[in-house]
Design a protein around this ligand. Structure first.
Ligand code: ATP
Length: 615
């Protein structure tokens, strides 16, 4: 079978030009500001240590030269009366320098490591903080996820960049010291040095670009790979994966993706290694040409043996330093381009604009919510999820939303909680646009439990406290909320009651049934004194008796408060004051249960359909 020629992933991503790389260096000051913010003392200590360390190599070489010259001198005059003190002083000085140099290296890597860890923690927190400010629809966008993923990768990668940039500066200073010595002897040697190094630099730079483009191009696939890994081995997925026997399917996809990465990376690494060897040979040729010149000059007598060792040593070190600096330039600028991704993430601003002079949420609500011709489309969709919606949710009213799957019920509720802003029309609360109110207060006063509520792998009490996390230590309030949602009886049956860990992910956790989880989630709604309660299919997993009881209580507990209920069960729906029927995002009927039955429209049809099922 002919193998299909598959394009490399990185071919899809344009590679940065040299100009772009230099431009990216402009991100470095901002990066260092972040490092400084992380810990200014470690930053200062690091700089001081590195400056001290950069003077060491030239000092050692120079003392070495003095020692050799002194030894040669002493060897020429083998007289037992000659004073050797100077020689031993030199040796002692070199010994001390060697110890200091080693100590400096260790101190630098220690401070680098500590600063790196702190930096990684600091930036991770910043990413979480910034992500918290963003809108729901930004999380639903895959381009956003790629950015977030790249920003996350930066938190670890950037600690490497940090030590690279610092090493770069340190090496530049060391080089300056060494170059001064070499220049004094013969400036042509510097030229030879450059000729030996430039090809290696260009090669490194080329391959770094390729590897940047490759990694960047692979981001979506990496996310998929992680997702496959999660699906294949996680407590939440294990049940379905086993029942549907999906592991083969998942492993196959994982293998395909990981082999693709491997093949792409291998091709690049192999070419890099081959060219790298060639450039290394060029470098060695340059070095030996210079070495020969120095040897000839020494044989001629115009250089001492000490000079020869000093110069050869300087040249060798300069070569490896320059090589390091040039190739690091590429990695540093590459890293600086990655930094752009990192800072780009912080540039993402929430689309939901917060009013500069926000109004306090009305407590209590006087009139209610008015939807005026509201329309909304999800960012990645052409279809209107809600359109031409005009109705009023009166203060204190219980409104039920009815409609087939995908009719737009949840979307309506999300608009009410201002998780999105309408694209058309507006929503008023007590005659004022919802956008004018303080968004945090708004969310505090609207208690929503979505159908896809989270099952936190935390304690029973914490699972309820998330409804109002400021009150997480208020046990009486948590218990009260649990009583309202019928979760209290459940807690009493658990070995550790309210402190019982839920879920199987961590030690000693207990898994609940679907309906039990729902009772726990429902308690979250009662954790705050919400003005509006929204329950999106809150009882779908409850048994008939529990559902009846929950709604009995709900009606009592929300007396005088507005509430929105989404349910496919008409036994629940009919308890509402009014029922709003949605179809394809639009309002088609609105009225009480009796009115709608009389109308004999869609509601009546759906109601009869369900009733028939029970007969
Ligand atoms: N995050 C999203 N991104 C894009 N489209 C979405 C998103 N969420 C919902 N939709 C689409 O918007 C439409 C309305 O969805 P919505 O969740 O409001 O329906 P629903 O009436 O609550 O359905 P159900 O009864 O199944 O819960 C559907 O066509 C759905 O595909």
């Amino acid at each position: 079978m002919a193998r299909e020629k598959r394009p490399l992933l990185y071919n899809r991503v344009p590679q940065p030009t040299l100009k772009e790389k230099f431009a990216a260096l402009r991100n470095l000051p901002r990066f260092f500001a972040l490092v400084w913010q992380t810990n200014c003392w470690y930053t200062i200590i690091n700089a001081v240590l590195r400056i001290a360390k950069s003077a060491v190599p030239v000092a050692i070489l120079y003392i070495g030269k003095l020692i050799i010259d002194q030894v040669v001198l002493l060897a020429k005059t083998p007289d037992s009366n000659t004073d050797h003190t100077y020689l031993w002083q030199l040796v002692a000085a070199e010994f001390v320098l060697a110890i200091v140099s080693d100590a400096l290296s260790r101190a630098i890597s220690l401070v680098d490591g500590l600063l790196g860890d702190l930096f990684s923690n600091h930036t991770s927190v910043k990413i979480m903080e910034h992500a918290a400010t963003l809108d729901l629809d930004q999380f639903e966008d895959s381009a956003f996820y790629d950015k977030l993923e790249r920003a996350r990768q930066q938190t670890v990668g950037r600690t490497v960049l940090l030590s690279q940039v610092l090493t770069q500066v340190q090496d530049l200073i060391t080089m300056l010291f060494l170059a001064v010595g070499l220049m004094a002897f013969n400036p042509w040697l510097i030229l030879l040095l450059l000729i030996a190094i430039v090809p290696a630099f260009l090669g490194e730079s080329y391959f770094n670009d390729q590897s940047y483009a490759l990694t960047r191009g692979q981001t979506p696939q990496r996310r998929e790979l992680d997702y496959m890994r999660y699906l294949g081995a996680s407590d939440e997925t294990a049940k379905e994966v086993k029942l549907f026997d999906l592991s083969g399917f998942l492993i196959k996809r994982f293998k395909a993706l990981s082999q693709q990465f491997y093949a792409d990376n291998k091709s690049l690494s192999t070419r890099r290694a081959a060219w790298g060897s060639l450039f290394a040979i060029l470098g060695s040729m340059g070095y030996y040409a210079a070495y020969i010149i120095m040897i000839l000059k020494t044989v001629e007598g115009s250089l001492s043996i000490g000079d020869l060792t000093f110069l050869a040593g300087s040249f060798r070190q300069l070569r490896s330093l320059l090589e390091g600096i040039l190739s690091r330039f590429s990695t540093v600028s590459q890293g600086a381009i990655y930094l752009r991704d990192f800072f780009d993430f912080f540039e993402i601003k929430p689309k939901i604009k917060v009013s500069k002079t926000p109004l306090p949420f009305p407590n209590p609500i006087q009139k209610g919510f008015v939807f005026e011709n509201v329309g909304f489309r999800y960012a990645n969709s052409e279809q209107w999820a809600n359109r031409y919606l005009s109705f009023t949710l009166h203060a204190g009213e219980k409104l039920a939303l009815v409609g087939e799957n995908g009719a737009g019920k949840t979307t309506l509720v999300k608009l009410l909680a201002r998780l999105y802003d309408p694209e058309e029309g507006r929503i008023l609360l007590d005659d004022i646009d919802l956008k004018e109110y303080d968004i945090l207060q708004l969310r505090k006063h609207i208690g929503v439990i979505f159908q896809d509520y989270l099952r936190y792998q935390m304690s029973f009490a914490q699972n309820i406290a998330v409804g109002n996390i400021d009150e997480q230590n208020n046990r009486p309030l948590i218990i009260k909320a649990a009583e309202k949602s019928l979760a209290n009886l459940l807690a009493m049956k658990l070995p550790n009651q309210y402190d019982q860990a839920l879920g199987r992910r961590f030690n000693d956790g207990i898994e609940l049934s679907g309906g039990e989880w729902q009772k726990v989630a429902l308690a979250r709604a009662y954790m705050k004194e919400a003005e509006v309660l929204i329950l999106d299919e809150p009882t779908s997993a409850l048994d008939a008796r529990a559902e009846y009881e929950v709604f009995q209580r709900f009606a009592e507990l929300t007396k005088g408060k507005s509430a929105v209920l989404i349910s496919h069960r008409f036994s629940t729906v009919r308890m509402a004051d009014r029922i709003l029927v949605l179809e394809k995002g639009q309002l088609i009927e609105l009225g009480s249960h009796e009115q709608l039955l009389q109308q004999n429209g869609r509601y009546a049809e759906l109601f009869q359909l369900q009733a028939k099922g029970y007969r």
